[in-house]
Design a protein around this ligand. Structure first.
Ligand code: UDP
Length: 249
């Protein structure tokens, strides 16, 4: 029995490049993507249906647009296409490790990928496939975080798991502040109040408005989310603000 939240039936995994920077620099890294695919397979084997919203930042982020002299909307288009590239790579590697999967795109490109629809995603999940949502929301001025919350709500995921560099949410950056402390649980209101950067504020607000629970853990632990020993931070309206006590690990 999991100590913080009940075992989910359907999970949305949000994997951000921020969490992967530790593993590799810009571009693709075959070793990392194979390790990630194995973890996704491990999680799927626990009878959990998985939707993944993939990252784009290893290739392009809108913030680069100003430096490059590219307008925001076109920059966002490039960013969304970056998620498509990552999604195609991850889908293929998942198949190689024996995990059926399908990438569904919010941006039509019928020669390469199927178009995302709620119906098609549900059908693939019921068939035992991992669904990789690519192309973000298909709209500029959004991020893969907002996309992740929106997809989790649309597909009735029990929880959104965000894999990050650190093992949960701290009151301040633990890499910069020795006295930073971690929460085992917290309310979304507390996350907004602290201005924590687990996801952008629009995404947290959307999750809060719709009672979507979040779990933040190390990206390396995403296949252990059902283990009693999992370390992370659970964010839910029903949670309390509980600071982690090292002895309770
Ligand atoms: N993006 C967008 N609309 C979306 C999702 C993403 O315009 O619905 C663009 C945006 O430019 C963003 C880039 O795609 O900077 C890559 O997404 P993100 O920065 O969220 O990538 P990640 O942090 O997951 O690596």
């Amino acid at each position: 029995m999991h100590t913080i939240f009940p075992k989910p039936k359907r999970v949305l995994l949000k994997l951000s490049w921020e969490a992967m920077k530790w593993n590799y620099e810009y571009g693709f890294n075959g070793e990392f993507i194979h390790r990630l695919a194995q973890k996704v397979k491990n999680l799927a084997q626990q009878w959990i249906q998985i939707v993944i919203v993939v990252w784009g930042g290893n290739i392009y982020r809108w913030a680069q647009s100003t430096e490059l002299g590219i307008a925001r909307v076109e920059g966002d288009h490039i960013g969304m296409l970056a998620t498509v590239m990552n999604g195609i790579a991850l889908t293929n590697v998942l198949k190689q490790v024996g995990q059926p999967s399908v990438a569904l795109t919010a941006v039509e490109m019928p020669r390469m990928l199927e178009f995302f629809s709620t119906h098609r995603a549900n059908e693939a999940l019921e068939d035992g496939k991992v669904v990789i949502s690519v192309g973000g929301t298909g709209n500029p001025f959004f991020t893969t975080d907002t996309c992740a919350v929106q997809r989790a709500l649309e597909l009735h995921c029990d929880i959104l798991v965000k894999g990050t560099q650190v093992d949960g949410i701290y009151n301040k950056d633990p890499k910069k502040h020795e006295d930073a402390f971690k929460f085992d649980q917290m309310t979304p209101e507390k996350a907004l109040e602290l201005g924590v950067r687990i996801m952008d504020q629009a995404a947290i607000a959307l999750a809060l408005d719709n009672d979507l629970p979040l779990f933040v853990c190390k990206i390396d632990d995403i296949d252990n989310i059902c283990a009693e020993t999992i370390v992370g931070t659970y964010v839910s309206k029903s949670a309390e603000n509980v600071v982690h006590q090292p002895s309770s690990q």
